[in-house]
Structure formats: C-alpha cells, structure tokens
Design a protein around this ligand. Sequence first.
Ligand SMILES: Nc1ncnc2c1ncn2[C@@H]1O[C@H](COP(=O)(O)OP(=O)(O)OP(=O)(O)O)[C@@H](O)[C@H]1O
Ligand SMILES: [Mg+2]
Length: 259
Amino acid sequence: MSHVLEVQSVSKRFGGLEALHDVSLWADGEILGLIGPNGAGKTTLFNVVSGFLEPTSGQVRFRERAIQDKPAHEVVAMGIARTFQIVKPFAELTVLDNVLSGHGMPRYPSPRAFRERVHTPDNEAVARRILERTGLTRWADTPAGSLPIGLQRRLEIARALATEPDLLLLDEPAAGLTRQEADALADLIRELHAEGISLIVIEHNMHFAMNLCQRIAVLAQGEVIAEGEPAEVQNNEAVINAYLGKQGTNEVVTMGPGS
Ligand SMILES: Nc1ncnc2c1ncn2[C@@H]1O[C@H](COP(=O)(O)OP(=O)(O)OP(=O)(O)O)[C@@H](O)[C@H]1O
Ligand SMILES: [Mg+2]
C-alpha cells in the first residue's frame, strides 16, 4: 500500500549548503509532527513538497503521482496547501477577501478579475463557511493587517483551506501564540483532521507537538534522525542530543511541559 505522501531520498542544496540530505518520509491520514532545531531543514522540506522549490535529487509522490517538478499552483490544485512561518496576508484586504483570494484563483488576481470572477455569491458563501470553521467570522470585514498575530495565523489556515486541500502543511502555526491561543489552535487542527484532512505540522514546542500529533518525525541538520510515536521520539537519544546541541547546532530547546 502506498501512502498519501511519499518523500523519497530528497536532497536539497543551496550552493555549498545541503539543507536536506537523503530525506525519506511518508504521511497518511494523520496529524504528523515535524520537529527539529533551527536550521534543520523543516521549512525547506515544506517548500519542496509544496512546489516552491525543486529538490536537487529525489522524488516527492502525492497519491502515487510524482510532483517534485510541478510548480506551486499545480501542487495546490492537486490538493496540497501550506501556510507560512512568516504570515503573509494581503494586509489591506479584509479577512473575507483574503480567504476569497485563496478560492478559485491560483495567483493573486487583478482587482477587476477579483470583483468579477472571485467575488461571486457562491464563492463568498464558501469563504464565509471557512471563516466559521476557523473562528474568524467576527473579523470578516477587518483589514487583515490589523489583526493580532494569533488571528493572522488562523487566517493563514483559512486561506489554505480555501484551496480545498486533502493535505495541509502548517509551518509553526503556534509560534507567537499564548498558551490559550495555542490550545484553541490545537482543537481547530484536530477538527480539520476529523473532517478528513491529513496534516503535517512543523512545531518547535515539543509539548504542543507531543499532545497534538499521532506520529512525529525529527529532522536535524537536514536528515531524519528519528520517526515514530510521540513517547518513543521523546525518549530517543539522538533526538535529545540534537535538541541539546550535541550535533553541532547551538539551539537549546527545553522539552518539558509548558516549554
Ligand atoms: N532559499 C535559501 N537559500 C539558501 N539557503 C537557504 C534557503 N532556504 C533555507 N536555507 C538554509 O537551509 C537551512 C535549513 O533552513 P530551513 O529554513 O529549512 O530550516 P528550519 O528547520 O525551517 O529552521 P527554523 O526552525 O529556524 O524555521 C538553513 O541553514 C538555511 O539558512
Ligand atoms: Mg522553518
């Protein structure tokens, strides 16, 4: 049986730096956590899977089709959506229009095309349902740029949902959130999963990842160093060493609850 997503021996070089080295990873209908120290290659892996970067070598297969040489808008059309570590809303557009811009248009349309082809009653109904699901209805008419970071992170997810994905890649969705906001976000992610969306979630906070994810893969210095159930991964010696900086990274991340 093949998996929904299969990353096969993917390497990615930036000049002299190998950001990903022979990475193999699979994902099915689950919430997969992707963790690892700063600079481990997590975002680069998302960039490769979502078509923002071509790998130097290796294959990415989505539902048995090779996608590693497809551009981002084709990957989106096939059913993979992603959010960004640094939120990028259209700051001057309202929250509703930001979600609409993710629906039915592969690229940011001209203002006229936006009014005539995107802003239809049917599309607006879809966008409003997504605002409901993501808890953003109250802010539908607010310019996105004036939202606090917690809501901007929700809006990132709402925009990704507007493309109707089967696989959703979330790049540090809880970064900058309070504990309460992070808990609410975890609930939203669980709901999306219950609705049938597969998710891969990059997370720095071990506690958040351990509670949310059914399986966790750990990247360090461009390589997968561990993969398995949260409890297994948490006690894995290579993982503990990577997080304590023994593999040459300087990052120290606490692994206890509440970190
Ligand atoms: N476009 C690029 N050009 C050159 N180097 C890059 C590029 N993107 C990433 N890198 C480098 O590749 C390595 C992996 O970066 P990446 O952003 O994937 O790490 P990360 O695991 O997401 O880290 P963080 O936890 O800090 O977000 C880093 O050394 C980074 O500087
Ligand atoms: Mg990153």
